[in-house]
Write a protein that binds this ligand. Sequence first.
Ligand code: FES
Length: 321
Amino acid sequence: MLDVIILSKTQETADIISFELGKSDGSALPAFEAGSHIDVQVNAKLVRQYSLYNAPKNHQTYKIAVLKDANSRGGSSAVHDTFEVGDTIQISSPRNLFPLKNNSNKTLLFAGGIGITPLLSMAQVLNELEQNFELHYFSRSKSHTAFFDDLSNSPFAEQVFFHFSDERDDKDRVVKQALSQEGALNKDSHLYTCGPNGFMDYIFGSAKALGWSEENLHKEVFNAAPIELDDSDKAFTLELVRSGIHLEIPADKTVLEVLEDADIELDSSCEQGVCGSCITKVISGTPDHRDQFLTDIEKSLNDQFTPCCSRALTDSLSIDL
Ligand code: FES
């Protein structure tokens, strides 16, 4: 973890605050790519992931924006209410689980509300590279739209399309038109979406219905329903092949919990199957995939799984640990 200072705190909309973070000595922070996020230590018990929205070339500071979520489990409220300019907080180095593909023929970015953050960083990179792209930004109203002025005055303002549902709710028409425009349905075109799960499912569903291939669809997910184990869950044996250890995973514990109890370290962050930081290679056995991070194609290969929430369909699972 890195210590950083909160350099500024800006109310972007009634429920979105942005923060600029930097080193106390003014030196540069680790470089990052568009689509990256950082873990933020909110308090002793809470870590949350936030996407960086600044241009990667400007890594003197990191910029994040936080929506005060009405269904917050404590993270966003604590950030809004307790983080102040001058405070030192701890963050991880940036990690990119939502990378831009190189040499895309056409790139379509679909943001739903606060999902604008990683896409804003991507738009700056695509503009620098003079790539063919469009950013479609859906929000409730202009007043709910973070970075409206920045985007409207940006060098790529003509490639930004705002869609406010309080003015005209024509999402179906707009999305279909963007997805089926000339040059979009191409094996080298890529679509990136970030926002509420329902919004991203809708964008993916619309694209697939029009013939887009799943390999060209990319999404960033940070909020999943809490993982709950129930009566239908079964115990299984976990073999750590490299360590030669066998562990029993009871029905009421996750693999990650059992590993932690055994003092076996594994990277983890969201513990909800959305960030991908715990992904581990599977050597034999069939995982019961319960995450939202792996694509359907990746899940069907059964050669990796997310120990924070996924289990096993077979009596035992051997993993590369
Ligand atoms: Fe995030 Fe497992 S810790 S997917």
